[in-house]
Design a protein around this ligand. Structure first.
Ligand code: PLP
Length: 382
């Protein structure tokens, strides 16, 4: 038995907040009507879905009709790119190899079916997008959609959405940003931000799995990608997941009610980890962290000095009771290495790179325990 079980994989998923469960259970138990039914039982479900949509839109500072519920971030990313190509006349996708696979694989699939040209923007040494190269790509003929994530889920590099969005506007391109890792961790004002699509996944901020949304800027006429009923204004067929939508809205409200305290708490945990590791491992590196200031404060990607146990580090930490990851959420525990570290030239086969990600319920004691466990795993071999 481990002294502690420490969950430091909050970028993969988070535990569901008790307040969220409390909001969802009565919906599961009592509000079972189909939201599309015209009778009173159905109308009750419709009412709470629309209340949830309004609450989310108020936090995002956008019109409720811009929020389209989906099954999560992957579906929302697919919907944005496929709609831009199918309905909005885009013939070019400009994205990056460091994007989440929900974006990069969708873009590659659209390229394979000859629907679009695919251009990959270069990165600078610190992992930031090379905006000079982006400007060159935006000058190419044809209508483009640019898809660049707000914060990278593995190495915490944050892009300036305002800057990229303005460049897109000036070039007549659409702009999609995967904001799955930053929504509810940063404030959004969509009345000002020059974006056309952004994506959300509730399970990244203590909401339920299997629900998220795509924000579509008002005025963009998008058709459906999933054929079926005319739910979500015929953009996304399928009976709405009422309890999950209520859970999403509640999780968002909790996050934004407490945003400053959350930022302070999580930032200080990350700093404690950084300081603890630097004190013990002189040659430790933090992938994507040339400076600490404008990096995603929930994520720390650590490149440990070469060690005979590097290949087993994830497994050994798990035995110590510490949950972290070696890649993105979908490949936690996999040994294939990370496409993001390779794309950004941070990959070093001699060194273990592990991602620790911090959340609302983590404590200083847990971080100290994790640091001690890491020291045991990477202890000098005699
Ligand atoms: N985009 C990013 C940046 C993510 O980190 C994830 C989840 O790992 C996703 C998209 C996919 O979200 P979901 O799990 O809701 O499909």
């Amino acid at each position: 038995m481990n002294a502690m079980n420490v969950y430091l994989d909050n970028a993969a998923t988070t535990s569901v907040a008790p307040e969220v469960i409390e909001a969802m259970v009565p919906v599961l138990a009592e509000t079972y009507g189909n939201p599309s039914s015209s009778h009173a039982t159905g109308r009750k479900s419709r009412v709470i879905i629309e209340q949830s949509r309004r609450s989310i839109a108020a936090h995002m500072q956008c019109h409720p009709s811009s929020i389209y519920f989906t099954s999560g971030g992957t579906e929302a990313d697919n919907l944005a790119l496929r709609s831009a190509v199918r309905d909005l006349g885009c013939t070019r996708i400009i994205t990056s190899e460091a994007e989440h696979s929900a974006v990069i694989k969708t873009a590659q699939s659209l390229e394979r079916s000859n629907d679009v040209q695919l251009d990959l923007v270069r990165h600078l040494a610190d992992g930031q997008v090379d905006v000079a190269h982006l400007a060159e790509l935006l000058a190419k003929p044809g209508k483009s959609i640019v898809s660049l994530m707000h914060a990278n889920n593995e190495v915490a590099v944050v892009q300036d959405l305002n800057r990229v969005g303005k460049m897109c506007r000036e070039a007549g391109a659409l702009f999609h940003s995967d904001t799955v890792q930053t929504m509810c961790h940063y404030a959004f004002d969509l009345s000002e931000l020059p974006v056309d699509f952004i994506t959300c996944s509730a399970h990244k901020f203590h909401g339920p799995k299997g629900v998220g949304f795509l924000y579509i800027r008002k005025g963009l006429q998008v058709g459906g990608q999933i054929e079926g009923g005319s739910q979500e204004r015929a953009v996304r067929g399928g009976t709405e997941s009422t309890h999950n939508i209520v859970g999403l809205a509640r999780a968002m409200q909790l996050a934004y009610d407490d945003l400053d305290a959350h930022v302070h708490h999580v930032r200080s945990l990350k700093k404690r980890m950084v300081d603890g590791l630097i004190a013990h491992f002189p040659d430790v590196r933090f992938n994507g962290h040339s400076d600490q200031s404008d990096r995603l404060y929930t994520v720390l990607n650590v490149s440990f000095p070469p060690h005979p146990k590097s290949g087993m580090a994830l497994f050994l930490l798990d035995l110590e009771g510490v949950a972290c990851s070696g890649g993105s959420a979908c490949s936690s525990g996999a040994t294939l290495g990370s496409h993001v570290l390779r794309a950004l030239s941070f990959h070093d086969p001699k060194r273990a790179s592990l991602r620790f990600s911090f959340g609302r319920y983590n404590t200083e004691e847990e971080v100290d325990y994790a640091i001690d466990a890491i020291k045991r795993v990477f202890a000098p071999v005699k």
